[in-house]
Design a binder for this molecule. Structure first.
Ligand code: ASP
Length: 370
């Protein structure tokens, strides 16, 4: 049994040591409060950054660049283009919104545009000098630099899907002509008779181009996307240039010229005079300027399209999207069928230069539309 004295001594001791302990804690408590406050501030700031600065997803599309003037486009045609751009963009947005990948968004958006006779890709492809339709396409995965490309196929309904199969199911990057068609058949892709690609409008374009001994282009399609996982992808599909000869292949299936994607920098899809895009390695050059010179996506795209290609006589444009969701829609031609959207509610669809032809219900672009 403890005596009363012992008990008091003990409890006094206990009181003293608990006092010391509490004091200690008080000292530490100050630090803990500071640590907790700092962590909370960082978390709130981090969340704020995510909401305000980096969209969860972003997407841009194009339907070709060139001499696209309001006076040459009937109201009805203009409306059809705007509606098609809107529907393709909405498809991409829905895929990304529901957690789909940027590659899926790019492929599906381009398939829709390939199936539409308005664009120079798939169904609406232009004719070669000899009266065929030879289709080119490519796709690139920015997360691992894998790429697939197809050139000069005549019977594949959706060349963008063939490009993706080449990327994922073959050991090659680019296939062409009959060999590419054989691979498409093996992969179970939809094949069509060459008459599927006949459209009166493109046939008439060929007759005019032959008369003038000229090559025209219009309506190549492309898409760049950033998904919820932070991965970029790019894809492009085209019939090439009206009146092209000798199995000419343009920039569209050339990785680094008409298409490029790297999570390190940006995703790019180009449209315009392909020979210039190849010689100026347009898509890769934009990425390189960002990587090595620290340019923004807008600065890099403008540098290449406006300052390098334009003075040399190269007409065209690009849609480019960086890993932070910033979008640049840059062209040196009169117009470019184009659209962009992101998870922050920025949305725009346009055809001509400046703000002409912007779809009325679109939101005004925010700072992500550079
Ligand atoms: N760049 C494509 C080509 O030269 C044509 C276009 O974009 O309109 O094949």
């Amino acid at each position: 049994m403890k005596t009363r004295l012992e008990w008091l001594r003990n409890s006094e001791g206990w009181l003293r040591s608990s006092e010391v302990w509490l004091r200690c804690c008080e000292g530490w408590l100050k630090y803990w409060v500071v640590v907790v406050v700092v962590v909370m501030v960082v978390m709130v700031w981090g969340c704020g950054m995510r909401v305000t600065d980096k969209p969860d997803y972003a997407i841009a599309i194009h339907g070709g660049a060139g001499v696209i003037l309001k006076e040459n486009l009937s109201d009805e045609m203009e409306k059809s283009y705007l509606l098609m751009l809107d529907s393709a963009l909405t498809t991409g947005e829905n895929i990304l919104k529901s957690g789909g990948t940027s590659l899926d968004a790019v492929e599906q958006v381009i398939r829709i545009m390939e199936d539409c006779p308005l664009f120079n890709a798939g169904k609406g492809a232009v004719f070669t000098h000899e009266g065929y339709n030879e289709l080119d396409a490519s796709i690139m995965d920015g997360s691992n630099l894998m790429a697939g490309a197809v050139a000069a196929v005549r019977n594949v309904k959706n060349p963008i899907s063939l490009a993706r199969r080449i990327m994922t199911n073959s050991v090659h990057v680019m296939l062409s002509g009959e060999g590419a068609a054989e691979f498409a058949r093996e992969q179970g892709l939809e094949m069509v008779d060459s008459s599927y690609f006949y459209t009166e409008r493109r046939w008439n374009d060929l007759q005019k181009a032959i008369e003038r001994e000229k090559q025209n282009n219009h309506g190549t399609v492309g898409c760049v996307a950033l998904d919820n996982f932070g991965n970029l992808a790019a894809g492009t599909s085209t019939g090439g240039m009206t009146n092209k000869r000798w199995n000419r292949i343009g920039d569209t299936p050339v990785i680094g010229a008409g298409t490029y994607a790297s999570n390190k920098s940006c995703a790019v899809s180009g449209t315009g005079h392909g020979e210039f895009f190849i010689r100026y390695t347009v898509a890769r050059e934009i990425a390189a300027l960002m990587e090595y010179q620290g340019m923004t996506v807008k600065q890099a795209a403008e540098e290449v399209i406006m300052n390098r290609m334009k003075p040399a006589g190269g007409e065209g444009g690009v849609i480019a999207l960086d890993h932070d969701g910033n979008i640049a829609l840059v062209f040196n031609s009169a117009g470019m069928y184009r659209g962009m959207a992101d998870s922050r509610g920025n949305r725009q669809i346009a055809i001509f230069g400046e703000n002409n032809g912007i779809m009325p219900r679109s939101n005004q672009p925010g700072k992500h539309l550079q």
